[in-house]
Design a protein around this ligand. Structure first.
Ligand code: ATP
Ligand code: LTN
Length: 331
């Protein structure tokens, strides 16, 4: 029996190099050897205000971005969260088991409520419970995510504990986070103290995987670095440069030591020029495939439907087990 992998991304902005390097690159590696489900978290996107037209369009765009990055819809179940209603059904049951104190600790909630002061809604607060439902519905063994999701993963594991304490063991599998060693936290290009985020208002802070070559070059060449010259991996004193080296390392397969020795006697500018070229070359086929896929929405619709049809029976089986365990009478 293959182990089950599940992960997703919120449908906001466009996927960035951070999402790719921290998460989707690992999804891709796992797709050959595991039973994988990758979904678009469109319900999670509603925790901040979304223009309905934009959200609808973006859902197609995200689906196409997943495919363009190399996720295979035959090998994996790729689907849209809202097309499998069991996600919200399970979420209610788990909401009734989660103490407020645990939600109060979530750093993402604190950050997002500072950013969206005019819309601090209950969904933003209970977001990690919906995320736990996504994972537990499919009995996932492993969840490949970036470093920023570690706390939500811990909460998900706690929720399994709350359920087992009240109703006994055997309903859910205990999932584990799978966080890569390199690139689990890609930093913003202009402000290397904060993470690269696809919903950042300043476009200079991130490279989107479907950016045009010119824009990628500009963003990388103008990335903030310190005033030094020596190309050396040093997260504490050279955060901006080290971030660029991390991106370089993951995309080229070279270690940071190799990069240091390649750039001995050279300046930051040399590394930026080469990195810009590497990113452009890596993302060129992705952008081409993406633009091609977006011409055929019917095809994307078909794939979405088939993904949801494959996911639904598995989700239903878990919800049935849960309803039974908690004492809800079957219809
Ligand atoms: P938003 O800005 O809308 O919150 P985001 O860029 O943080 O979006 P998510 O949809 O929250 O992206 O995350 C999708 C996946 O990408 C998650 O597994 C997350 O951990 C990972 N990820 C997000 N940002 C980074 C980053 N800067 N470095 C590494 N991994 C990241
Ligand atoms: N919260 C995640 C997106 C997400 C997710 C999930 C990731 C929603 N549900 C389930 C893994 C498993 C984020 O990256 N912001």
């Amino acid at each position: 029996m293959k182990k089950t992998i599940l992960s997703g991304s919120t449908v906001t902005g466009d996927l960035t190099l951070g999402n790719y390097i921290g998460a989707i690159n690992n999804w891709k590696k796992l797709q050959d050897d595991y039973d994988c489900l990758y979904f678009l978290a469109d319900l999670h996107a509603l925790t901040v205000f979304q223009d309905p037209k934009v959200l609808r369009e973006r859902t197609y765009s995200f689906f196409a971005q997943y495919l363009a990055l190399g996720l295979d819809p035959q090998k994996n179940i790729i689907f849209v969260q809202s097309q499998v209603p069991e996600h919200t059904e399970l979420s209610w049951i788990l909401t009734c088991l989660t103490p407020l104190g645990y939600l109060n600790r979530m750093t993402q909630f604190k950050e997002k409520s500072e950013k969206h002061v005019k819309n601090i809604n209950a969904g933003l607060y209970t977001y990690p419970i919906l995320m736990a439902s996504d994972i537990l519905l499919y009995q996932a063994d492993m969840v490949p995510v970036g470093e920023d999701q570690r706390q939500h993963m811990e909460l998900c594991r706690d929720i399994v504990g709350f359920f087992e304490n009240r109703y006994g063991a055997g309903t859910f599998k205990m999932p584990e986070a799978y966080v890569g060693k390199m690139g689990a936290r890609v930093m913003s290009l202009q402000d290397p103290e904060k993470k690269m985020s696809k919903s950042d208002e300043n476009e200079k802070n991130f490279v989107s995987i479907i950016d045009e070559a010119k824009s990628i070059e500009k963003k990388i060449k103008s990335a903030a670095t310190d005033s030094g010259t020596e190309v050396k991996f040093d997260l504490e004193n050279k955060a901006g440069l080290s971030n660029l080296m991390t991106i370089y390392s993951v995309l080229s397969g070279k270690t940071t030591e190799q990069i240091e020795s390649d750039y001995m006697g050279k300046m930051y500018g040399h590394l930026k020029v080469d990195l810009a070229e590497l990113v452009v070359e890596t993302l060129k086929p992705v952008r081409e495939k993406y633009l091609d896929l977006m011409k055929n929405k019917d095809y994307l619709d078909q794939l979405m439907k088939s993904g949801a049809d494959r996911a639904r029976p598995r989700a239903q089986a878990t919800v049935r087990k849960v309803y039974d365990a908690v004492g809800l009478v079957k219809s």
